[in-house]
Design a protein around this ligand. Structure first.
Ligand code: BG6
Length: 476
């Protein structure tokens, strides 16, 4: 077995627009729902808002020079819809388009394959005001205008398109990832209705990507679900959880219909989306080509009695281990719980590289599609030392173990085309501001003070450079 990864393997890292760009109202950009959501979170919890983020809008050339220094051959980023169409309609903002033309050119000039995401949580705010955003099916038409425009504009430079980011996480954490008007927040059926509209948008993107000869891949936050014990009822609960949290999405992308057991459960629970005739046929006509995996952790479930109360995924806002606010519970179907066998991050995310190997093997058996890792990372408190170093050996360990898991799966015949961990540079965490960091490059700012966002190479930067230079062999 070769020790090296294939020569054409894509090595890089990932970010998303609102989490790095800043310049929230610069050069004609309209506000997105994330500008509003993060402003509210700033007032409530003190996390940074998205107005400056990591100032990538102004510093992208410096960032790309750092990517080149690490040896990147790919970079995943997202295109902010409200930079292209500030009001979410069909009136284009030329300066916004120019930013992405410049970014893509800079990447290509440096030998880095640009891999854009069409949608990463940042719906134009104007569409929330107009009809409630993703709550309304009208959004699909507006998304179509945006997606068609962007795909045609950049078709000559892009091979791999990531369509929508993390629909399953949007369902779980809908008010954090989507602006949901307060009067609708108690109506949990809308979580799945939003997701249905997103499925229509995703299939629409696939259609246009195929028209121009590109390859389409949805990015899903994918965590396999293990049973807490080997009791048959816990095994069944884990299967139920896997169906509702994972397969429900994948079957639409790669088979063209909703997973039967998950949809049946949702109907029984009064949570199923309202569909129109032809919706599933449209999914089936627009099957995706590869799966963009965002892998951070695995999950655990056990059986749940019929009489239990339904609840949704909790979160850890403090960064103190054990401070999770709750676990998803679906009466009679499953209940999520911590896995006693695994280490966790300070934010209670299980660390499980074997889980990634399990995902590759399981999904390759079920769908036989190529994979691309579009996120994989460790959120941690990083300390900048007095001599301006960041000794993030914990992050190096995490990456090493997940790269090894990837190689083991490839050695078993699984197709993996690239590894783009989270994140290229430090960025605004969707849930925890700048205290929780992911980057290979440190961005010198805090939640309270954006300072000048100076870039500082972390230890993981130098380590990853060696990994890429050795085609994945030198992982020490
Ligand atoms: C994924 C998202 O869910 O996880 C990213 O696609 C996000 O946008 C990442 O940043 C890590 O989550 P968090 O909440 O720590 O930022």
């Amino acid at each position: 077995m070769n020790k090296e990864f294939p020569k054409d393997f894509l090595w890089g890292a990932a970010t998303s627009a609102y989490q790095v760009e800043g310049a929230a109202e610069t050069d004609g950009k309209g506000l997105s729902q994330q500008d509003i959501i993060n402003k509210e979170r700033n007032e409530k919890f003190g996390f940074a808002d998205a107005s400056v983020a990591s100032d990538h809008y102004h510093m992208y050339k410096e960032d790309i020079a750092l990517f080149k220094e690490m040896g990147f051959t790919s970079y995943r980023f997202s295109i902010a819809w409200s930079r292209i169409f500030p009001n979410g309609d069909d009136v284009v903002n030329e300066a916004g388009v120019q930013f992405y033309r410049d970014l893509i050119k800079e990447l290509k000039d440096n030998g880095i394959e640009p891999i854009p995401t069409l949608y990463h949580y940042d719906l134009p705010w104007a569409l929330v005001e107009k009809y409630g955003g993703w709550l309304s099916r009208e959004v699909v038409k507006d998304f179509e205008i945006f997606a068609k425009y962007v795909i045609n504009e950049f078709k000559d430079d892009i091979k791999y398109w990531i369509t929508l980011n993390e629909q399953s996480i949007i369902v779980q954490y809908w008010t954090q990832k989507c602006y949901v008007l307060p009067e609708y927040q108690e109506n949990n059926q809308l979580r799945y209705q939003i997701n249905h509209h997103m499925n229509l948008a995703q299939a629409t993107a696939v259609k246009y990507i195929h028209e121009v000869g590109g390859l389409a891949g949805p990015a899903l936050g994918y965590a396999p679900v293990y049973a807490r014990t080997c009791k048959p009822e816990d095994q069944l609960a884990a299967l139920n959880a896997n169906d509702l949290r994972n397969t429900y999405y994948l079957d639409v992308y790669f088979k063209g219909y909703y997973n039967v057991a998950a949809l049946t459960y949702l109907k029984q629970a009064g949570l199923a989306p309202v569909m129109e005739d032809g919706d599933e046929a449209f999914f089936a006509e627009n099957i995706s080509d590869f799966f963009a995996i965002n892998y951070y952790d695995s999950q655990c479930a056990h059986a749940c009695p019929e009489g239990a109360e339904r609840s949704w995924s909790g979160y850890n806002l403090s960064g103190k281990k054990g401070d999770m606010s709750g676990f998803e519970t679906h009466p009679g179907f499953y209940q999520m719980c911590p896995n006693p066998e695994l280490r966790t991050t300070d934010w209670d995310w299980a660390i499980d590289p074997i889980g990634l190997e399990y995902v590759y093997r399981d999904l390759y058996t079920r769908y036989k599609i190529p994979f691309m890792i579009t996120e994989n990372g460790l959120g941690a408190y990083d300390e900048l030392t007095a001599d301006e170093k960041v000794h993030d050996d914990y992050r190096i360990d995490y990456f090493r173990e997940h790269i090894q898991a990837t190689k083991r799966a490839m050695d078993m015949g699984v197709e993996v085309v690239g590894y783009m961990p989270w994140s290229a540079i430090d960025l605004l965490s969707t849930s925890n501001g700048y205290k929780k960091r992911y980057g290979l490059v440190y961005v010198d700012r805090t939640d309270e003070d954006p300072k000048a966002c100076r870039r500082i190479r972390k230890d993981s930067f130098y380590w990853y450079k060696k990994v890429i230079a050795s085609d994945g062999v030198d992982l020490d």
